[in-house]
Write a protein that binds this ligand. Structure first.
Ligand SMILES: NC(=O)c1ccc[n+]([C@@H]2O[C@H](COP(=O)([O-])OP(=O)(O)OC[C@H]3O[C@@H](n4cnc5c(N)ncnc54)[C@H](OP(=O)(O)O)[C@@H]3O)[C@@H](O)[C@H]2O)c1
Length: 301
């Protein structure tokens, strides 16, 4: 199929994104009512973007979230639903998967989208991401599949996750991507160095940052010398900017000129509220580098 839609659409994030990975069976085990309360509270705060994946909760979180949406269908128009596909996980809910593998074939993507639509109780997905780079990915096949999904109205925007800049460029050359969702935190600096954030700045797109607090490692008692150094350094900066560690880290990550957006992993509304407030913190360049140097443990050249 000829792709006639090569112009990159504009997809911006004004607020942090709320991740759903830990809300269900992989974490808080929310009831339908708790999902509903949580969704409503997020929307009240101005959060509109919810990040899913087919696999979360061993393939159950999308449908739990969708059950909450079914109770108040009008909420759907107030939010953007992001989901991912392409990981085939070994799970009691997928007995035919013998080993963890990646599948970005058109057949798998289309099947996964249809499942996500059904589970989330919606007739469109706002943003679909290929979850991880499939070594066997056929970029033209994916681009054609994305074109067909867009034409059908099932998916509005497309992106990837955990792609290297060259993998991103390959797919992006055939179908315009709006984001690359990557891991970043003071304990995981790769996107600052591997060209991912440079690429985003060049293309005028925003990366999405998963595990901005390294999956809570930054808040736990730790003997890891990186964690200790980061926390000790952060204390002084938190006093100076009158903020908490989570707010400092979010402000520090988002200050990259490509304006990456954090995907929050918390289940606590008060922490989401604090994350929104952190958007107004602007570190001086020197303070930014103070935290960066604590993160690397190495003085700049
Ligand atoms: N694309 C990918 O490959 C990929 C991979 C992993 C995750 N993700 C996405 O990214 C989202 C976030 O990832 P993540 O959950 O690892 O993020 P994270 O924010 O680094 O970690 C979340 C954990 O930290 C705790 N936490 C958050 N703020 C805290 C604070 N101020 N004090 C103490 N504990 C705090 C949370 O507990 P509380 O609930 O108690 O706050 C939760 O257990 C996921 O939901 C998912 O949507 C994507």
């Amino acid at each position: 199929m000829e792709n006639t839609d090569l112009e990159r659409p504009i997809f911006r994030f004004k607020m942090p994104v709320v991740g759903t990975m830990r809300l269900g069976q992989w974490g808080e085990k929310f009831s339908t009512q708790l999902y509903l309360d949580f969704i409503k509270a997020c929307l009240d705060l101005g959060i509109t973007d919810f990040d899913h994946a087919d696999i979360y909760g061993h393939y159950t979180t999308e449908s739990e979230f969708g059950s909450a949406l079914k109770l108040v269908p009008s909420l759907r128009t107030k939010m953007r639903l992001i989901t991912k596909c392409g990981i085939k996980m070994v799970s009691p809910n997928r007995p035919d998967h013998r080993i963890k593998s990646y599948d970005s074939s058109a057949e798998h993507i289309k099947m996964s989208v249809d499942n996500s639509l059904k589970n989330l109780n919606t007739d469109y997905i706002d943003l679909l991401l290929i979850h991880r780079p499939d070594l066997l990915m056929d970029a033209q096949e994916i681009a054609d599949c994305f074109s067909a999904l867009k034409l059908s109205g099932k998916v509005r925007y497309f992106g990837v996750s955990n792609f290297t800049p060259s993998q991103f460029e390959l797919l992006d050359s055939l179908f315009p991507m709006v984001t690359n969702q990557v891991e970043a935190s003071p304990l995981h600096l790769n996107p600052f160095h591997d060209g991912c954030f440079d690429q985003c700045q060049m293309l005028g797109i925003q990366a999405m940052i998963w595990s901005p607090f390294a999956g809570r490692e930054l808040f736990q008692e730790s003997s890891n010398e990186n964690v200790v150094r980061i926390k000790t350094t952060a204390e002084g900066l938190c006093t100076k900017y009158d903020c908490s560690l989570d707010q400092l880290v979010l402000a520090w990550l988002s200050q990259h000129p490509s304006r990456p957006v954090p995907v929050l992993g918390t289940s606590k509304i008060e922490r989401i509220e604090k994350a929104i407030k952190a958007q107004s913190i602007l570190l001086t360049r020197e303070d930014w580098y103070i935290l960066y140097t604590a993160a690397t443990g190495i003085e700049l050249a």
